[in-house]
Design a protein around this ligand. Structure first.
Ligand code: 8DG
Length: 145
């Protein structure tokens, strides 16, 4: 019997700081996935799959327009990693981003929240993000803009 090899997708995600004063340290936007689908109710950074012919930056701006109803300014690449789930191999890329217009709305997520890296460690996150969260907490991502 052969076992199907999971397909590989490139997924871009945004590290978006909460605007305004940083009381208690910087907080970043995270979202809880919808119930019922893949990785149901796990937390992740906003973003999604890169389509054929699209740059990472364009894909991230499109996903956040569609899923959060915000316009982003996309900055530098902060982190990249790969993780294989039973159904999917994800090439995950985290990009710095700021909101240039709009208030984030949970159009494609169960809920949105701004959390510090320490708070994120206590949330059930997608497995692909665990090494990313460790690097974020340890300050290994460099300047976050
Ligand atoms: N946006 C986002 N997706 C992530 C992260 N970490 C992680 O494993 N993923 C996974 C979840 C999804 O399987 C995939 C992103 O695809 P998507 O945003 O189009 O979500 P989807 O439910 O339509 O995808 P699917 O898995 O059902 O095909 O990458 C993350 O931090 N942000």
């Amino acid at each position: 019997m052969t076992r199907a090899v999971p397909r590989t997708v490139r997924v871009v995600a945004a590290l978006i700081p909460r605007p305004g004063p940083e009381d208690g340290g910087p907080r970043y936007l995270v979202q809880q996935r919808l119930p019922g689908g893949s990785r149901a109710l796990l937390w992740e950074f906003p973003g999604g799959k890169v389509e054929a012919g699209e740059t990472d930056e364009a894909a991230l701006a499109r996903e956040c327009r569609e899923e959060l109803d915000v316009e982003l300014s996309v900055g530098r690449r902060l982190w990249e990693g790969r993780h294989t789930y039973p159904d999917l191999t994800v090439e995950l890329v985290l990009l710095a981003a700021t909101i240039v217009s709009g208030e984030p709305k949970p159009l494609g997520a169960h809920q949105l929240a701004f959390h510090t890296p320490t708070e994120m460690q206590a949330l059930p996150f997608c497995e692909a993000d665990i090494p990313l969260l460790d690097d974020l907490l340890a300050g290994r991502l460099g300047a976050l803009d």
